[in-house]
Design a protein around this ligand. Structure first.
Ligand code: ADP
Length: 732
């Protein structure tokens, strides 16, 4: 015979244990429906043993005991109903349809009528004897038992179906949790059915106390399962409760010590003033010490319960380091995922990044990456739903999910947390996390880390996308420049070829022209010298014109040939002892007829010395000729052209000065370049070529000298050269 005290202790322990579990559940901050169902269930599981306790300890009050008996029978029935609801909600948290709700209400009504009515199922309550007992109305009790049988069958079937589905969907964790619940439930229901339904049915009322402890087993199994599912954060609840208990203990102890010390030691017993003073002191003490003591215990318990925890500041610093170091998108995202994975240890963490063209890139880290099917679902969420979803989704918070309508996809995709990357209302991707590997749910600290990290990462991602765009742009720009350069090079080669062909043509043509021209000049000179008979003055004038023109043509051809030689690098200087003064004299003499014709006064002021210096005489003739020719042609009728030659210490200085049209200031810079002709010159002499000065400069610099040039538009110009004097070697 088990002693009555033992029975009572068992029931009291059960009650206390259930109440603590309820308190833990209440302290959790989540508000899922299933949590409330479990709280209600646990409460009913408290009422039941409490009723039984009252029942077995009552000895006299029959009416009260009868009421208690009725209540715990009804309570038992309600436990059954809640079990059905729970089995419906777990493990997949289906919605409860209206029809089911109505059916359950009806069943509760019927059972309530059967149990509560006077002369109902409970015929009489018998106090005294070995133990108190209840006489039951057999047919009605049969209904009650049948109801229980049905409840057990439905609950078990629903749980088994959930289990099979979890296995089919390869959701191993849910399957394991469901298995635990089925085992706990089977034991609790089995024993409860035996001790509290069958034995009383057969009239043995001595073991009613034995059923409730087994409900504890079930409630604990449920706890285990829902902790695994992340329905609430057990660690946070435990930490908070412990901190609170320690705080309470410290406060009570200090209270006791202060009251004892102040009243007894200092004032002796029953001193009213002392008691009053104590209370004031206590009030002061609590006001001052409460916050620091609370903080101290909070930190202590936090350390105790979160020993394996990460430091949020460090993790965020790591994220900042990554975002500031990495510009390349893939590296940026992968490294950030690694940091988050190290801190939170989720089964997986995936990032989906949407680019400007709507393409989605995907990165994953973690030991249990989503299956291809789950990834497809996640992609669908990212591709179509992001802007309709809240920025942060905790998949265990069924309220948020049912509002968004994304419930199905997110559940099936094995997502525990979803955080979006949003920059200035632009949704550029999302972070998906599986459950934490240690089985706890994401707590507020995790959430803080995740939200701060995603915000920071979102900006960095946007930056990196812009950077990639610019880089891409640079690449295309570079390749365009490259191909344009290639095209230019090709056409440049073409041009060079054409230029060469032109040079060859000019050179050929010039050569071909020179021979007939020389013979024309020769014949003209014969006629002029009277070899073909006497000529009159008029004929002489005409012939002299013809001779001068042919002379000029010879020079022009000479210029062309020289330029073409310059192009083909065949231009050479052949120095020979030359009397420069004499050369200039001859050239001035040869242009006299032209000057006279254009009514230009031409004078030469040379040197007396018959000194010979080293020059390429033919080329210097070209230089002098060009200068003289220009000065005469760009002078006005009546103008004056003065030619001078000086031998200075080390150089010969030759100048041709005119008072002609001059050269506009802005055009002077381009002078001496090939084919350049000033605007005013084009009008004055449309048949000019623009090669003369170019050639002059080449020849003068080839002699180691420099050109002289000053001019004023409308006033005249001075052209010339300075050439270093090189004496020919004298034979000793
Ligand atoms: P061309 O005389 O056949 O035009 P040049 O090479 O000899 O070619 O001269 C180039 C340009 O320099 C001329 O077109 C002209 O504009 C300018 N120029 C040369 N000499 C004079 C000058 N004495 N007075 C004014 N302009 C001159």
């Amino acid at each position: 015979m088990i002693s009555a005290a033992f029975e009572q202790i068992i029931l009291i322990v059960t009650i206390v244990a259930q109440i603590s579990l309820i308190l833990l559940l209440l302290s959790s901050r989540r508000h899922a429906l299933v949590r409330w169902v479990i709280i209600a269930l646990a409460t009913l599981c408290v009422i039941w043993p409490a009723g039984l306790l009252l029942f077995i300890t009552q000895t006299s009050d029959l009416a009260f005991t009868t009421a208690v008996v009725k209540v715990y029978y009804l309570d038992g029935a309600m436990i059954g109903v809640l079990l059905v609801i729970l089995a419906h909600l777990l493990p997949y948290r289906r919605k409860i349809a209206l029809k089911l709700k109505a059916l359950l209400a009806l069943v509760v009504g019927v059972i309530a009528v059967i149990t509560l009515l006077p002369n109902g199922m409970i015929e009489s309550v018998n106090l005294g004897g070995d133990h108190n007992s209840v006489t039951l109305n057999t047919p009605l009790y049969f209904v009650y038992v049948a109801f229980f049988g049905l409840v057990i069958a439905i609950t078990m079937t629903l749980f088994m179906l959930g289990y099979r589905k979890a296995i089919r969907d390869k959701q191993h964790k849910i399957a394991a949790q469901t298995r635990t619940m089925i085992a706990g439930l089977a034991v609790a229901l089995g024993f409860g059915f035996w001790f509290n339904i069958l034995l009383p049915f057969w009239g043995d009322y001595g073991y009613v106390w034995a059923g409730p402890p087994f409900t504890l087993l079930f409630v604990v199994a449920m706890f285990y399962a829902i902790i695994g599912q992340g329905l609430f954060d057990l660690r946070a609840a435990l930490a908070r409760s412990t901190a609170y208990l320690l705080l309470l203990a410290t406060m009570v102890a200090s209270y006791a010590i202060i009251v004892f010390t102040v009243t007894n030691v200092f004032f002796g017993h029953n001193n009213q003033r002392a008691t009053l003073l104590t209370y004031v002191l206590l009030a002061l003490f609590f006001t001052i010490t409460y916050p620091p003591i609370k903080k101290f215990f909070d930190q202590l318990t936090y350390k105790l319960f979160y020993r394996d925890d990460y430091d949020i500041k460090e993790s965020l610093a790591d994220i900042t380091e990554v975002t500031s170091e990495e510009l390349q998108l893939e590296k940026l995202v992968r490294r950030s995922l690694d940091v988050l994975h190290e801190s939170l240890a989720p089964s997986y963490i995936s990032a989906y990044i949407v680019d400007d063209e709507g393409k989605i890139r995907h990165y994953t880290s973690g030991p249990q990456p989503p299956t291809p099917h789950q990834r497809k679902l996640q992609l669908e969420v990212v591709g179509t739903l992001l802007d309709r979803l809240p920025r942060v989704i905790d998949a265990h918070d069924s309220q948020v999910l049912s509002e968004t309508g994304a419930q199905q996809r997110i559940r099936k995709a094995d997502v525990s947390m979803l955080l979006q990357f949003v920059v200035q209302r632009e949704h550029i991707g999302a972070l998906f996390l599986g459950d934490k590997q240690n089985g706890t749910q994401y707590n507020e600290k995790d959430l803080q880390l995740l939200t701060t990290a995603t915000d920071e990462l979102a900006l960095a991602i946007l930056n990196s996308q812009r950077f990639e765009e610019i880089q891409h742009f640079n690449d295309t720009l570079q390749s365009r420049v490259d191909s344009a350069t290639k095209r230019l090079r090709r056409s440049n080669q073409e041009l060079k070829k054409l230029d060469k062909a032109k040079d060859e043509f000019v050179s050929l043509a010039s050569h071909q022209l020179r021979t007939p021209l020389t013979s024309i000049k020769g014949y003209l000179s014969m006629v002029l010298e009277g070899d073909t008979g006497k000529i009159n003055t008029q004929q002489r004038q005409v012939l002299e014109q013809a001779f001068a023109s042919s002379e000029r043509m010879v020079h022009l051809i000479g210029d062309f040939l020289s330029v073409s030689r310059l192009q083909t690098n065949k231009f050479t200087i052949e120095l020979s002892p030359t009397d420069l003064n004499r050369v200039i004299e001859q050239m001035v003499a040869s242009v006299h007829p032209i000057a006279a014709e254009r009514k230009v006064k031409l004078s030469f002021d040379g040197v007396v010395s018959k000194r010979h210096i080293l020059l390429d005489s033919a080329k210097i003739q070209q230089v002098v000729m060009n200068y003289l020719d220009n000065a005469i042609y760009y002078s006005r009728p009546g103008g004056k052209v003065t030619v001078t030659l000086d031998y200075l210490d080390k150089e010969a200085v030759f100048k041709v000065n005119d008072d002609g049209i001059g050269i506009p200031k802005e055009e002077q810079e381009a002078l001496f370049t090939k084919f350049y002709r000033a605007q005013n010159a084009r009008k004055k002499r449309p048949d000019g070529t623009g090669v003369g000065l170019y050639l002059v400069k080449k020849i003068v610099t080839s002699h180691g000298g420099s050109v002289i040039f000053t001019s004023k538009e409308g006033k005249g110009s001075t052209f010339g050269f300075r050439i270093p004097i090189k004496e020919p070697y004298k034979d000793s």
